[in-house]
Write a protein that binds this ligand. Sequence first.
Ligand code: GLN
Ligand code: ZN
Length: 751
Amino acid sequence: MTSNTPLRTSSLGFPRMGGKRELKFALESFWKGKTTEAELLAMGKKLRQDHWLLQKEAGISVIPSNDFSFYDQVLDTLVMIGGTPERFGAPPNSLVQYFAMARNSEEQTAMEMTKWFDTNYHYLVPEWTSGLTFRANTSKLLSEVREARALGIETRPVLIGPVTLLLLGKAAPGVDITLLLPKLTEVYRQIIAELHAEGVTDIQMDEPMLVTDLGPSENQAFRSVYNQLNELPVKLMLTSFFGGLGDNLSLAVDLCTAGLHIDAVRAPEEVSAVIDSLGTDQTLSLGVVSGRNIWLTNFASTQPLIRLAVEALGPGRVIVSTSCSLLHTPHDLQTEKKLDPRIKSWLRFSGEKLFELVALASSDEEATKANAAAVADREVAESSRNTAVRKRLAALAAGDFTRVRPYGQRAELQNARLKLPLLPTTTIGSFPQTTDIRQQRAAFKHGHIGRQQYEDFLRKATEHCIREQERIGLDVLVHGEFERNDMVEYFAEYLDGFAFTENGWVQSYGSRCVKPPVIYGDVSRPKPITVEWSSYAQSLTKRPMKGMLTGPITILQWSFVRDDIPRKDTAWQIAIALRDEVGDLEVAGLPIIQVDEPALREGLPLRRSEWALYLEWAVEAFKLTTSGVTDAMQIHTHMCYCEFEDILPSIAALDADVISMESARSRMELLQAFRAHSYPNGIGPGVFDIHTPRVPSSEQMRELLGLALEVLRPEQIWVNPDCGLKTRDWTETTAALEHMCSAAAEARSAF
Ligand code: GLN
Ligand code: ZN
């Protein structure tokens, strides 16, 4: 860029946990009753101030407020509009009442939680019931504006837009959400008017629903709402993110807001079309620094986009921004002391992303040079490249993706080998991760006990688990997964191409954070991962033992994935590594291997038109993992959700010999879909919910089995819980499994 005047910059939101997860610890100690509400409020205030000052000092021109939350921004929005679920009574006026909606208590179940678009952040789902009457409550909103002002910072408050909010909620039976729209618009008008009265001139209106498939009524909702909101004397920045606008582009422009924000990281190809369609005085906010990933921005490919916008619109109408809120990236890199310095030089967390924004907006020559050097270094790094893996990837043939015989013939071979009864019983893999297991692992990690001692302990735990399963009478056993901290990190630690951060935490929900591993290079498996534990377990029992692996898509989904090769290639590299593991487990004599893919569904793109492509390579990744074995090997998979209808053909295409899944809570409803599709392979619909300590009776489980038997062939059905048992304690676990086995025995006796 030739102009010397820097462009304006904005961040759409900053992570709120704090660099040391201060908010997490403050929340948890408040919930335990160890600290007071005043102390928690003070921590919130301190974090907001720190984050505003950080952004100001970095030189960001448009700084957000109301992006902070003590639990969830959707819940905060409901409080703001007086739209909290009716079943909790009047909207909260204390933090205790606020948390009561977010967290289960003895008196009441919390609001439901679900994933925020395609991120790993979970929001609380609005409950749209007929008796809701909205009423503006701007206290949080205004106090944040004032707090920032006291620091000399004029903020741009963030609101979740009314249409997105409405569409994120779940309507009670008989409630037509479009009827809520006029009331909702009215309350937003009032909120905006109050912000205006407070001296606020600009508002960020988050409407990420604009990047999803919208029908005519949703289209209409956008038009009617913004028609009314635009009458107000404030400038609305309509923000779309997590994808391109696609066929909603003209809708977004037609809404005639003062500005439009687009996600130019996910949809750079859309930038010029947006520029061409903008109205003559609309501002363009270009989201060029990713809020979803941790890699440095490639300045050389980003600068032309900014230049294009500036040339067409003039510098005054362009803002250089993050693609979305930085909520989904860790706080900052400064505390990373153990990370390989070379890998670290390719990373940018939230704090560092601010500097990228400013550098891009001011065409900082030095920063551009340094960026080019880092990008080039990443490109040539030998440590990220594994020629052997690339060769194998290139040499894959159709035969690598399919078992030899079709399911029916495989089943015969497997039955002959396994000799299982009808309605065989099993579990999903993990057994209680008790405090002593966690303590031993921590002691080992910190060097307080040696490997020998730790592994002796794990061997005892495994043996105990196997004896319990035998005593209970389960047919197919598992080793219990006591050696695993987490189903992704455990595998990642054994694979090349992964790096780990000390503080790369990202909020998942409430006080809960996850620290995804970083895939920086080609993935490969230097040595077997699970073979020792699985063979040890098999050596302890005559019953069939199930080897237990996390699938390629789940490992991909729950990691930070590199952005310099296609996602599919990384998935397939992981699949090749796991395929070798599957092969080694077969050689070691395991007769069954389960490959868990709980994250297969959440990887679905936001746009339906993109589903087929994703599902194709995701299914192939699974098949690549599991097809290198003889047909006598029984492959299981597990998924912990029950929404299968729309992806059932892909589930069938996995061609797993047995699939287990969650279904107790929905009372086997999902099986209808399997029947409609005449799904032929084995199915283990969970007969008890593992999320609650309640132990269901054997009659209850027998009843669920009865429902399954009505829809499926008896030879297809497996009997198992909904998911792994790691969060339960032993007493609940053994009681529930005993009930499960007697329910199976009773059902069997009918044949
Ligand atoms: N095998 C894992 C377990 O039992 C599966 C966990 C999951 O599906 N999320 O814990
Ligand atoms: Zn599960």
